[in-house]
Design a protein around this ligand. Structure first.
Ligand code: NAD
Ligand code: UD1
Length: 345
């Protein structure tokens, strides 16, 4: 029996593939490489010394997906495939609804046809929208403030409806907070195309000299230093959370949402300082206006995942900075332009 990983070549997917392979699972990956590079999976094989069965296909291609299910005995699916840039989702909403929602509908239909009813889904803390009360727990009312967030919210609702229609389903909706860091080897990590949208890749690209300075989006939030507070979580902890969620869906039925966060928030300036300590040099920055759509504070109440999945984030901020920086400095241009020598040394 195999685990199908959609979007397995991406940032979180590759790290989860490592933990799946290390845990003895056999995996099949499908990816269209719209936001990733096949080299990432080659490195997963290098790290784990195990083979991955890969289908270069689009989730929207129902015939191709049926073939994947025909050719493999799939026991459960971890569904990462999706587009994730908030800003782009505002300018190209149809692209996001088509890819994320239609892609998920195709997947669910094919799963139902083959009676594969075990699913772990990549949701996001974005489904909490702009809440006043932190820490954020899973029973808060949900809201989304942009098309990307609405795709996550709608998919959660679709999955709930699917379960109500057929109680054989078992689905874990994993609401990630802010994934950062990389595998400790420095061989795989986050490889944003173009200018990074997110704080940590921006900081590391400034540190490596690719970008001149960081813009800190607002220092007038009602927080202790005026900058936004987020719950940064090491991507390897997140990967471990998927293994726990997979174990859960394989042994139960139902649909449950789980926060995957540390429960601790750090401000933008605290993150800058932590990276300065790791890297040993200043990160130039300037204060700019708030980024539209940003919220002041977001951090998880992770107690449900701890109680029901027996999972808790173990890695602290120092490891997040160390591993993000290790990946960036070993791969200044991401996967694309790394030489074979760097890969194998
Ligand atoms: P990523 O872009 O690195 O990985 C997504 C992968 O899915 C990519 O390899 C991409 O090529 C693939 N893909 C996209 N559409 C596809 C399609 N139609 N068919 C086949 N493959 C397709 O992103 P990530 O950071 O690894 O995120 C994984 C999931 O987690 C996404 O659904 C994302 O929305 C969600 N998420 C990410 C974050 C984050 O900060 N990284 C936070 C919350 C939720
Ligand atoms: C963003 C997305 C969110 C997604 C999450 C994880 C937006 C509006 N939200 O959230 O939907 O789930 O990423 O991928 O894009 N910051 C700077 N300078 C920068 C970049 C960020 O000061 O160059 C600040 C932000 O204002 C925020 C913090 O750093 O306070 C974290 O930002 P980011 O990494 O983009 O994550 P989120 O805003 O939490």
């Amino acid at each position: 029996m195999k685990i199908l990983v959609t979007g397995g070549a991406g940032y979180i997917g590759t790290h989860t593939c490592i933990q799946l392979l290390n845990g003895g699972y056999k995996i099949v990956v499908i990816d269209n490489f719209s936001n990733s590079n096949p080299e990432a999976l080659r490195r997963v094989e290098q790290i784990t010394e195990k083979k991955i069965k890969l289908y270069r296909t689009d989730l929207l291609d129902q015939e191709a997906l049926i073939k994947v299910f025909e050719e493999n005995s799939i026991e459960a699916v971890i569904h990462f495939a999706g587009l994730k840039a908030v800003g782009e989702s505002v300018t190209k909403p149809l692209k996001y609804y088509q890819n994320n929602i239609a892609g998920t509908l195709v997947l669910l239909e094919v799963m139902e046809t083959f009676e594969v009813e075990k699913l772990v889904f990549s949701s996001s803390a974005t489904v909490y929208g702009n809440q006043q009360c932190v820490p954020l727990n899973e029973s808060l009312p949900l809201q989304a403030t942009n098309p990307y967030g609405r795709t996550k919210l709608m998919i959660e609702q679709i999955m709930e409806d699917v379960y109500q229609s057929n109680k054989n389903w078992s689905i874990a909706l994993l609401r990630y907070f802010n994934p950062v860091g990389a595998h400790e080897s420095g061989l795989i990590g986050e490889d944003p195309s173009g200018l990074p949208n997110n704080l940590v890749p921006y900081i590391t690209q400034v540190a490596v000299g690719k970008l001149a300075k960081l813009s800190v989006f607002g220092n007038d939030y009602p927080t202790y230093d005026g900058t936004g507070i987020r719950d940064y979580i090491h991507v390897m902890d997140l990967a471990d959370g998927h293994i726990k969620a997979l174990e859960k869906v394989l042994s139960t039925r139902g649909v449950e949402a789980y926060n995957l966060g540390t429960g601790r928030g750090f401000s933008v300036l605290e993150m800058v300082q932590a990276f300065e300590e790791e890297i040993g040099k200043p990160i130039p920055y300037e204060i700019k206006a708030r980024r539209p759509g940003d919220i002041a504070v977001s951090y998880a109440d992770p107690s449900k995942a701890e109680t029901e999945l027996n999972w808790r984030a173990e890695r602290g901020l120092a490891e997040m900075c160390r591993d993000s920086w290790n990946w960036q400095k070993l791969n200044p241009n991401g996967y694309e332009k790394t030489t074979e020598k760097q890969v194998t040394s």
